[in-house]
Design a protein around this ligand. Sequence first.
Ligand code: FES
Length: 240
Amino acid sequence: MKRRELIGGSLALATLLLTGQPAQAKDISLGKAADIKVGAARVFTIAGSRILVFRQSTSRYSGFIASCPHDATNLLASHVRSARVNCPKDKSVFNASTGRRISGPTAKSLQVVPLKVTSGFLIATLAPAATTAPTPTPSNSASGEEITKSARVPVGGGIKVNSKRGEIMVVQPTAGSFAAFSTYCNHGGCAVSRATASAIICTCHGSEFSTSNGSVIQGPATQGLMRYDIFERDGAIFLR
Ligand code: FES
């Protein structure tokens, strides 16, 4: 069986900051507020948490955890219509401005994520559990988790894929050399958006990270991307 070891061999370790102080809520930039049209919604994935943002008016935004409180169905931007959030599975309906339940089997409302606009950027205030960078959880399985077909990863670029450990950027700087990193940008918590042959780019504030090892090429980020251990087998990329 063909099994090719990929760039690097071990998981990069997330930085642990042991301050002895209680964990604090953290402000996370979601990018330019103007990028969301009035009456439209967008979902952001931040360190494994999904945040649904609805723009009520030129100056008012509302944010919620993008999960139906009844059955944890993932809520998408397309589920927001006429200022209402419609769960496609159980037909629960919520007010997209307040998150309050309007109808459906659940008695609960959407979980609110506080938002504000600062210098044109949309800022979400997340509870500590939602802002912690994903923790590597190596699998003992010899098979690993298949996260994408090799052919889907462009040479000289990368793609974002979903895995059991959250969203991952898989890159192929040169033909046959793959690497994978967390999409979590430690500068402000945005998800990196795209990759070239040499750099993974966070468009929130312009940070760039090496496609070879995830280290910072250009700030304002000061910490590199967390790297995942992957391997290729039978035309697919697996998370070890
Ligand atoms: S969040 Fe600021 S550069 Fe990524």
